[in-house]
Design a protein around this ligand. Structure first.
Ligand code: ADP
Ligand code: ZN
Ligand code: ZN
Length: 735
């Protein structure tokens, strides 16, 4: 008797056996196909076939038949299915959950693995913008979108790109546009006679060497492309991709969450006469599946997405590019805690293609891999074109009175910059009006009721907001403790600085860029348009400003509060602070005009900061690596965190203490491994639950993983483990 062994999305770390549906031809079944089953009380659950087995431990009377085999062929190619399985075991995550996450949501829900049977529009053969009068602006716009999508575009997608569907009819009447039924066959990939839409830039010798190294490599080869800000990494990517396209292959580019901006995408679209498929979070489930299928069928030559795009199948894989590889958003922070950057290396190995990790500020793990020769290290040490690196000034503010966070000396520099007709960028990594509200009479602070955190005061619109659990409440008129009316906003966020700067520089536009001001669609784009007019203005914002933007007219960057991270409890605090400073500073002087960076700090004599500013990121990183070696931290040791959450204070910690004893007494932990903790989180209570963690570390990865495997088995059996919510975080990036 044969059974189907399925991975089913549950927290249970095991497979589930079912009888094949009546009449199934077992020899046609391939691992990875989706199978519909009833599971416990749920009538309709989708599992993935892992294997067909002749044995089962389930008594025959309890074996249920599966309801339906959904696929003839597995949706994921074998090597990606295996990658997802490998990732589940590496991150010690339940297999059923992990492998499902590699699929688009519609497939997880059981939809057929096919393109929507939609009617699409395309420009008729020979249609050109010249055929329209220059006054028919709307028609011109719509036709130019069609021309950008020679393989067809749906009504929805056209609207999303700013076209008007009413214009299609008019274009059709003029014989300039036509509708056709979409089938994968109508999407045959073909290289247009003119692959490039714009001429390539002529590379400097370092860029050329980087492009050549990647294009001349064969098979699997990881590269670290370490290029200072403004060194032209994107041009390097574009020319690598060009060679990949010419070889008839596809490129997959992963960017950080806040880096997937219209400008980023526009640079890829502007270069090639080929469609660029973007997997962004605004896509509907249907659009996402179609985009995914286009990649899988090989009709999407260029695919750009964030972390979750890592599992997008490519029919003809050519290259993987991870831009800003140091960015924390490549690591999923809940559920299946995988690192898309690290899995990209594993994927490229399976596909035998090059993988390029690009950044100005490599993660220390990546740098160490390069130093060890595991990655080929490509360096761009000069800014592209005529741009010069910015001049850096540390401004000691210990003895200085501040105007809402801005020193007088800094305000003077801002005024001068504007007077010279240039733009200013003010970086403040704190949104809202002020980070806390105090009572002036009794000192009470408005705290979140569900977290160990202060409520942030917002004025636009007025309310108190917890940035950790999203709780909101109205601003009280009186102190709830003593009844006083003397409530005071303490400290500055972006809203307050915006207000201060507006009062001081009334003649200039002040543009605030943070999560709140850009919540409305298009608002970021509008502000960026204003910046790109080149007129003097002040940009004030959070790290949304630090990534993926090119501001040619910004000549002064002011960093207000970046030194908070220097004394973080997390051993990566220093590394992260340095990366942020370099990234923000890199927005200054990116074109013809030279740039200045002023960093206000309370720690002007901090050795690491001075090293960073005087000798650059590489020198800083070398020091930091030495420190990590001495303190036995990653990349010299491998870490995992066992995290626990409970509804009662102390319970998670007590549970972890008991686990630690077990680990040490039963030999689950090898002699080389160490256990540290448990410790409550710095913010123990978050959204009403109390959290603690236990750190496990070992100089040997294999050794750590053996312990983690035993630990998971142990915890699954442990009755006390049912009273807490526990999760494992392998290679954690927040400690
Ligand atoms: P990075 O991503 O390394 O910070 P970008 O790729 O955004 O840098 O490039 C910065 C600017 O330099 C862009 O305006 C780009 O067009 C320009 N640039 C890049 N390469 C060259 C080159 N070889 N010659 C002239 N300009 C270049
Ligand atoms: Zn009070
Ligand atoms: Zn809260």
């Amino acid at each position: 008797m044969s059974v189907l062994r399925l991975a089913i999305p549950t927290p249970l770390r095991r497979l589930f056996d079912y009888l094949p549906p009546a009449g199934t031809q077992l020899d046609t079944l391939h691992p990875g196909v989706r199978v519909r089953v009833s599971f416990g009380k749920q009538k309709d659950v989708i599992g993935l076939l892992i294997e067909i087995s002749e044995h089962t431990d389930v008594p025959a009377s309890k074996l249920k038949p599966a309801l339906e085999i959904l696929d003839q062929h597995p949706p994921l190619p074998d090597h990606l299915f295996e990658l997802a399985r490998w990732a589940a075991s590496y991150y010690h995550h339940p297999l059923g959950d992990a492998v499902q996450l590699a699929l688009p949501v519609m497939l997880r829900k059981g939809a057929p693995c096919q393109f929507a049977h939609a009617l699409l529009w395309r420009a008729s053969a020979g249609a050109s913008l010249d055929a329209l009068s220059s006054r028919a602006k709307k028609q011109q716009e719509t036709l130019s979108i069609l021309l950008e999508h020679p393989q067809g575009i749906s009504n929805d997608a056209l609207r999303a790109e700013g076209g008007e569907t009413v214009q299609l009819k008019k274009l059709a009447e003029k014989g300039l546009a036509e509708q056709f039924e979409f089938t994968p066959d109508s999407h045959r990939p073909h290289l247009p006679p003119e692959l490039l839409r714009e001429p390539v830039l002529s590379l400097n010798s370092q860029q050329q060497q980087a492009v050549d190294s990647v294009n001349q490599s064969s098979g699997f080869q990881p590269f670290l492309l370490e290029g200072i800000t403004g060194s032209g990494k994107t041009e390097v990517y574009l020319q690598i991709i060009e060679a990949v396209l010419k070889a008839g292959k596809q490129a997959l580019i992963l960017v950080p969450e806040i880096g997937l901006t219209p400008q980023t995408v526009a640079r890829f679209k502007a270069r090639f006469n080929l469609p660029v498929v973007v997997l962004h979070s605004n896509l509907s489930e249907r659009q996402r599946l179609d985009a995914w299928l286009k990649a899988r069928e090989g009709v999407a030559p260029i695919v750009i997405g964030t972390r979750s795009a890592l599992f997008t199948p490519l029919k003809h894989p050519g290259v993987l590019i991870i831009d800003e590889e140091h960015d924390a958003s490549f690591k999923q922070q809940d559920g299946f805690r995988y690192s898309a950057r690290d899995l990209a290396i594993a994927r490229a190995h399976r596909e035998q293609i090059p993988v390029v990790l690009g950044t100005a500020t490599p993660a220390l793990e990546t740098l160490w891999n390069a130093r060890q020769g595991r990655y080929q290290h490509l360096k761009l040490t000069q800014r592209a074109g005529n741009a010069k690196p910015p001049r850096f000034e540390l401004m000691d503010i210990r003895q200085t009175a501040l105007n809402d966070g801005l020193s007088t000396a800094l305000l003077r520099q801002i005024a001068n910059t504007l007077k010279q007709g240039n733009q200013v960028l003010v970086f403040l990594n704190r949104r809202g009006f002020s980070p806390s509200m105090h009572c002036d009479s009794c000192g009470a602070i408005a705290d979140c009721r569900r977290c160990d955190a202060h409520m942030t005061l917002h004025m636009k619109p007025p309310h108190l907001h917890c940035h950790h659990c999203d709780s909101q409440r109205p601003i009280p008129r009186q102190c709830p403790e003593c009844g006083s009316h003397e409530l005071k906003a303490v400290g500055s966020g972006t809203e307050r600085s915006e207000q201060t700067l507006t009062a001081m520089f009334p003649k200039y536009p002040i543009l605030r860029v943070d999560r709140d001001s850009t919540a409305r669609k298009d608002s970021l784009e509008k502000m960026m348009k204003q910046v790109h007019t080149g007129e003097p203005c002040i940009l004030i914002g959070t790290q949304m400003l630090a990534k993926g933007h090119h501001f040619p007219d910004v000549t002064l960057v002011a960093i207000l509060n970046a030194d908070g991270g220097l004394f973080s409890a997390d051993f990566r605090g220093m590394e992260r602070t340095a990366q942020l400073i370099i990234q923000v500073a890199g927005r200054a002087g990116r074109a013809e005009k030279p740039g200045n960076v002023v960093m206000q700090t309370m720690h002007a004599d901090h050795p690491a900061i001075n090293r960073l500013i005087e000798d650059g990121y590489s020198a800083f990183a070398d020091d930091e690596l030495q420190l990590r070696r001495h303190t036995q931290l990653p990349p010299f040791q491998h870490l995992a965190l066992l995290k626990a959450e409970a509804n009662k204070q102390g319970r998670a910690e007590a549970f972890l203490r008991a686990v630690r004893e077990q680990l040490e007494q039963t030999g689950m932990l090898s002699p080389q491994s160490r256990c540290i903790g448990p410790f409550p989180f710095t913010m123990e209570k978050k959204a009403g639950v109390f959290r603690a963690q236990l750190q496990l570390q070992s100089p040997q990865r294999a050794d750590l993983h053996r312990s983690l495997g035993l630990l998971c088995q142990f915890l699954e059996q442990l009755p006390e483990a049912k009273k807490v919510r526990w999760t494992l975080d392998v290679d954690p990036i927040e400690v």
